[in-house]
Design a protein around this ligand. Structure first.
Ligand SMILES: C[S@@+](CC[C@H](N)C(=O)[O-])C[C@H]1O[C@@H](n2cnc3c(N)ncnc32)[C@H](O)[C@@H]1O
Length: 319
């Protein structure tokens, strides 16, 4: 039995309706987590409907396995990154799927499991390691990143992923502190953050934002998203749908831009007599503006507050 997996899935009805599930649909839940969205998808498909669930976190795969056991062989789960979805499908002998769901970021279970180090918890900061690996098979932790990253890299992450005022000051301070002693625990990092007097953002403590920035950098979440979108779009049959839930503005920008480019096709300048980029129109957008949770969902599940859902349909290849 895995620890109780406490993650409330976000915008479930909207994800399910955007996927436009057929009775016998084959859907990939590329971020299966605790299996909340996956269960809703399997409940709404018939006895021949199947789901392939991926997560790079071994605990999530185990929790989803328990939660989805009642669906028997309609479910297959893999500890795998969605970056490599196409390879996985190829290995399984699957040419195309009817839908792909990407519910990005971390689960509440990951955030709330203190020893994973995804967020700082004042009461246990001294003993919480700076880990933050989503895939426990990876060898590099956040402590390693803080030891090895250049001052410029640190500054860039704190600016781009945390929108932090004082990003340069914090980056400089980390570099000088780590010369004296390595930063190993949440408390070590917290002390540097507090002494750097960083700020920005009304909703979250600066440490929450710094931890988030390090997590995004360590797990290369934006690079994985670029690759994952390509893999998801490439895996869809004509008429298949891709649905993405983003929680960070940098993620949502990537999704929005990618969908727009896929809707536009050729990106050659108008003066080119023939297309040189070779891009065709692959997607039709299902909505112009992202869907956001209603206030009652946010009241029930405050972590849904920043969610933005975008969805698109794969078009047939032009002849
Ligand atoms: C918001 S949670 C998903 C929750 C899930 N929809 C549910 O209903 O329980 C995001 C999950 O995506 C996983 N994840 C993040 N990046 C991933 C990647 N590149 N490949 C596979 N899984 C990833 C995380 O480990 C986490 O379990």
């Amino acid at each position: 039995m895995v620890d109780a997996f406490t993650h409330q899935p976000v915008l479930v009805a909207e994800c399910v309706s955007s996927l436009r599930l057929r009775e016998d649909a084959l859907i990939v839940d590329a971020t299966v987590g605790g299996g909340g969205h996956a269960a809703a998808i399997l409940e709404r498909t018939g006895p021949h409907g199947r789901l392939i669930g991926l997560d790079q976190d071994a605990n999530a795969v185990a929790a989803a396995g328990e939660r989805l056991a009642r669906f028997g062989d309609r479910v297959q789960l893999f500890q795998h990154s969605f970056r490599h979805l196409e390879t996985l499908l190829e290995e399984q002998g699957i040419e195309a799927v009817d839908g792909v769901l990407l519910d990005l970021g971390v689960s509440s279970h990951q955030l709330d499991t203190t020893e994973r180090g995804f967020r700082f918890a004042a009461e246990s900061a001294d003993t919480t390691p700076l880990d933050m690996r989503m895939d426990q098979r990876s060898e590099v932790t956040a402590a390693d990143l803080l030891r090895d990253a250049s001052e410029e890299e640190l500054r860039h992450w704190f600016r781009a992923y945390a929108d932090l005022r004082g990003a340069s000051r914090l980056a400089r301070r980390i570099v000088s502190e780590r010369r004296r002693a390595p930063l190993r625990s949440s408390a070590d990092l917290l002390a540097v953050i507090e002494s750097s007097r960083v700020g920005g953002g009304r909703r979250h403590h600066p440490a929450t934002r710094v931890f988030q920035a390090l997590r995004i950098a360590l797990n290369d979440e934006l690079g994985a998203l670029e690759d994952g979108l390509e893999a998801a779009i490439g895996s869809l049959r004509a008429g298949g749908r891709v649905v993405v839930l983003a929680y960070h503005s940098a993620e949502d920008r990537i999704v929005k831009r990618r969908f727009r480019d896929e809707e536009r096709g050729c990106t050659c300048p108008p003066e080119f007599p023939v297309c040189a980029c070779g891009r065709s129109v692959r997607l039709r957008l299902l909505m112009r503006r992202p869907v956001r949770p209603e206030p009652d969902e946010v009241a029930r599940n405050p972590r849904s507050r920043s969610a933005r859902l975008r969805a698109a349909e794969r078009l047939a290849e032009a002849a």
